[in-house]
Ligand binder design. Structure first.
Ligand code: ATP
Length: 201
């Protein structure tokens, strides 16, 4: 199987995430995308982090209409920091027949050479990158070229960026602004019903 991993904090998951997966599925032949929320160690201060249960629930709601996706709690169950290389080693061992891909936004590709064990990550999977903003788009191909020279496989998916971040949305929710074009409608309801991120929408 051709299996892609898509990790993140997803606090909350938004339409930029869903759009990225949709564009990747249109551009790259994949059998499934495993979406993994990461575990934040208790000592690390993350502002307004929703609980694991809430982040998982919002992911289920957002990706429920995309049959190629499945949500995994693997990183939530594992102790310690969620290093991507550890996750990739895990899937490499448990899915030995699969070809692995790793989906990321452009902010992640542009800082990839600072990641823990990035060379090993390149040996374990093909990177797939989706641009988050026009400014990043032009930097992606040279960055991919550098990683290819290190032996990596990198696919840049050309798609119009969907500019939004979870940070921006937490701020908008707190100010009671309308985020309905950035979030799945069921996620909007979930946030309101559970009074996440400060105020209801
Ligand atoms: P925060 O603002 O809290 O840092 P975020 O919006 O960057 O959050 P993450 O959960 O950290 O979201 O992102 C998970 C993955 O999704 C990362 O690879 C990130 O680059 C990618 N991503 C996030 N937003 C977008 C977007 N709008 N378009 C494409 N990729 C995105």
């Amino acid at each position: 199987m051709r299996t892609a991993i898509f990790g993140g904090t997803f606090n909350p998951v938004h339409n930029g995430h869903r759009n990225a997966v949709k564009k990747v599925l249109e551009a790259v032949e994949l059998d499934r995308v495993i979406v993994l929320p990461d575990r934040i160690p208790p000592h690390k201060e993350v502002k307004e982090l929703a609980s694991e249960k809430d982040r998982l629930a919002m992911l289920e709601l957002t990706f429920s209409q995309m049959p190629e996706t499945e949500i995994s709690d693997y990183e939530l169950r594992r102790e310690g920091k969620s290093y991507s290389v550890i996750t990739l080693r895990h899937f490499h061992e448990t899915l030995p027949e699969d070809k692995l891909f790793f989906i990321m936004g452009s902010d992640m590709l542009l800082t990839f050479s600072k990641w823990y064990c990035w060379q090993e990550i390149l040996s374990l999977c093909t990177l797939i990158c989706v641009s988050r903003c026009d400014e990043d788009t032009q930097k992606l191909e040279p960055c991919a070229q550098d990683l290819r020279q290190c032996g990596g496989e990198v696919i840049i998916v050309s798609a119009e960026p969907f500019e939004v971040s979870s940070t921006q949305l937490r701020e908008m929710i707190r100010k009671n602004e309308d985020c309905s074009c950035y979030l799945d409608e069921n996620v909007v309801k979930y946030i309101t019903d559970n009074n996440l991120y400060g105020r209801g929408i």
